[in-house]
Design a protein. Sequence first.
Length: 239
Amino acid sequence: MSLFQKTSAVEAVVKLLIGRIHSGEYQAGQKLPSERLLQEEIGVGRLTLREALSRLNAMGIITTAHGRGTYVEDDIKSQTFRDILVPYFALNDPKRLGDLVVARSMLESEIAGLVAEQRTDADLAALAEIVDYRFPPDIKLDEVVQQDLLFHQKLAEIIDNGFLAKMHEALVDNIRLFLREYVKSKTSPEEVMWPHIPILEAIKLGDAESARHHARMHVSYSVQDYEKYIYSTIKVKTQ
């Protein structure tokens, strides 16, 4: 059983409605079905649906006109598009997910190689502290995600190459969203962090090629685990 198998009903409805907007089922400026119809169609309660709609409203994706209903925004704010919709599309579109994997693999492998060549003893201690972190029993999903992401952000921080660091920063929103789903495929927070150990060991040895190799393998295997988790989830739902 996955560590964070249960996705909240509200989050599930938010993802469903964003997916419909992305697919064009709900066009910009179009009125959404009534709350009663959405409740019946999706199979959730009134409070769950209203909380999901409230979140989408706060994101700037929909707007509610009193007495007229709820509509998809005509002009979604650019910040909302970058922070919410673009990462979502990358995760749910196989082509864009593949593009993200290629970009992340190329970037993070090169960063890992440079870290192996440039790291200091203080850098090694900081990376080891991240990997060896002892998670409390009541750890939340987003805290595990942040710990995983912290390792990769620390690598980018260590290198003496501002351009690569900025390129990695540009991917962080997409990586974080991916990790939120990837973490659900694992049985413990420790299992999430174990794949970072070979990368760190290669960095300790100053072996740039090995560090690059393990970084590429980590990105590749994490996507495979994510896809297996999604497939198993779909199978359970359709049985």
